[in-house]
Design a protein around this ligand. Structure first.
Ligand code: NAI
Ligand code: MG
Length: 507
């Protein structure tokens, strides 16, 4: 039985045998770590080890980068776009078939509710399909100048890509990077987060089965300061694409500075979710409460600052409290569960610490605000959906990314104040606004400094929709045609139509 099927066979079980993933995927082969070992992957719902997973160190990264380079200089670099597309489509088919098992494994490794993982992971194949459709359309331009030259541009792959992904949505983050990178003709070394390495190795199995040439995608789990830093420092890596914490991005820039490689970053947010008094409140509450607690708060797109126009503020606070009571927090694999635990102990500690900070700052804790210790949950990293009212935007719980299920409700008066509060943040990833006034929706959307603004909806994210941050939320865009820009360089070729070049020293 395949490892994934073991998990799939017991969807409601958080016990059972400890899975073993003992090899790294490098150069198309399953290899023992050279300078790594086996790490314990914890099931955050139980606090117990559920998988032993191989991790690599700098030597393993070096071997993976070498393999990625050979593939890039060899078969992959010479392969026409339509053949790359065919491989991506094969991967899409395999991924789609395997998605139910992948969702279960993702749920166990990261703690996200299976019902939510199933929807997300069930859609990833669309990324591989859509980028496949672009792989043979990476055309440049011809540039009219004068009749002495013919000028054209070509789009060429940047080379070997190091992809570093976090633990909140491990497969999604990997997919958003790998699909466009391969479509662009790059090769990849993927380093998943140390907390959630399992599904990246499952993805490696699909890459192998799809028949990509060896080394096109390599998967090396490892710790950030070891494998991650080695990948960033490696002179053979042309580009780092990273999702995670802003502080880590700054470290990455310092470590990568010597090789002047390229970087793109997706660094989280503190999204304003603005509810005007004229909104369809029922819909706004569906979206705002959903986005506040989804993924147990561990989403960069979280509408964690809920800005509410004063006439409806008390009503919205009450509704948040009521809906918090309806959230079924529980074992991620149980079909009934809406919200699982925090993905790991450090994140649990961080969230609880911010809840304490909010109380100290004088915000009003309306509901939640504690770790759940009911029998069956006490050993996991569960936190009650939490609502703070009376929040003002200078409080740390309104300024810093908590990454827990904590909604901070901030009152405002009128459009100008809504925009001022919305933009008074170092972040600029996503924003939402709810109003029935069409003019206002465009007016306000145009004033918000965010890479993605949702009007009368929230968290609508697809393979076609460019996603990424302004300000401290990142560099570059993922998804959409724009994502290809992360993995392509432009070469401008200028051909003289005369072949004549004057002697500069003739007189
Ligand atoms: P992190 O940024 O440390 O980890 C993300 C990835 O970077 C992991 O694969 C990690 O191994 C790697 N990494 C860590 N240090 C590295 C280094 N020096 N060089 C290269 N790679 C390195 O994020 P962390 O500490 O796990 O989470 C802390 C906070 O970051 C969260 O509480 C949340 O606020 C934010 N975060 C935001 C995410 C987003 O989606 N934008 C995702 C994860 C975390
Ligand atoms: Mg960290």
């Amino acid at each position: 039985m395949e490892i994934g099927e073991v998990a799939a066979a017991q969807p409601s079980s958080h016990g059972g045998q400890v899975l073993r993933y003992e090899k790294l995927f490098v150069g198309g082969e399953w290899v023992d770590p050279l300078d790594g070992g086996l790490l314990d992957s914890i099931d955050p719902a139980t606090g117990r080890v559920w998988a032993h997973v191989a991790y690599g160190g700098p030597q393993d990264i070096d071997r993976a980068v070498t393999a990625a380079r050979s593939a890039f200089d060899g078969p992959w670099g010479r392969m026409p776009g339509w053949e790359r597309a065919a491989l991506l489509l094969r991967l899409a088919d395999l991924y789609q078939k395997r998605a139910p098992a992948l969702a279960i494994l993702e749920s166990r490794d990261s703690g996200r509710a299976l019902r939510d993982a199933r929807v997300d992971v069930g859609a990833h194949h669309q990324w591989y399909r859509w980028y496949a459709s672009l792989a043979d359309k990476l055309s440049g331009r011809t540039i009219p100048m004068d009749d002495s030259v013919h000028v054209y541009t070509t789009r060429v792959p940047v080379g070997v890509v190091g992809a570093i992904v976090p633990w909140n949505v491990p497969l999604m983050a990997a997919t958003w990077k790998i699909a466009p990178a391969l479509a662009a003709g790059c090769t990849v070394v993927l380093k998943p987060a140390e907390q959630t390495p399992v599904t990246a190795l499952e993805l490696a199995k699909l890459i192998e089965e799809a028949g990509f040439p060896p080394g096109v995608v390599n998967v090396v789990p490892g710790y950030g300061h070891e494998a991650g830093a080695a990948l960033v420092a490696h002179p053979g890596v042309d580009k780092i694409t990273f999702t995670g914490e802003g502080r880590t991005a700054k470290d990455i820039l310092r470590t990568g500075a010597d090789s002047l490689k390229r970087f793109s970053f997706e660094l989280g947010g503190k999204a304003p979710h603005i509810i005007f008094a004229d909104a369809d409140l029922e819909q706004a509450l569906n979206a705002a409460t959903g986005s506040a607690w989804t993924l147990c708060g561990q989403s960069c797109a979280l509408g964690s600052r809920v800005l509410v126009e004063r006439p409806v503020y008390d009503q919205v606070v009450d509704a948040f409290a009521q809906r918090a009571a309806a959230v079924r927090v529980g074992m991620p694999l149980d079909e009934a569960t809406h919200m699982g635990p925090q993905a790991h102990q450090a994140q649990l500690d961080k969230t609880l610490s911010y809840i304490g900070i909010g109380v100290e700052e004088g915000a009003q804790l309306v509901t939640g605000g504690r770790r759940l210790d009911a029998p069956g949950l006490a050993d996991g990293y569960f936190v009650a959906p939490t609502v703070f009212a009376g929040v003002h935007n200078q409080m740390r719980i309104a300024r810093e990314e908590i990454f827990g299920p904590v909604a901070a409700l901030i009152p405002f008066d009128g459009e100008d104040e809504a925009v001022a509060i919305a933009n008074d943040t170092s972040y600029g990833l996503t924003a939402g606004l709810w109003t029935r006034d069409v003019g206002r929706s465009h007016r306000v959307a145009a004033r918000i400094d965010a890479g993605m603004v949702w009007v009368n909806t929230y968290r609508y994210i697809r393979w076609t929709t460019p996603y990424g941050g302004m300000k401290a939320s990142g560099w570059g865009r993922e998804n959409g045609i724009e994502a290809l820009d992360n993995f392509l360089e432009t070469r401008t070729t200028i051909v003289s139509t005369t072949g004549k070049f004057p002697n500069p020293y003739a007189q």
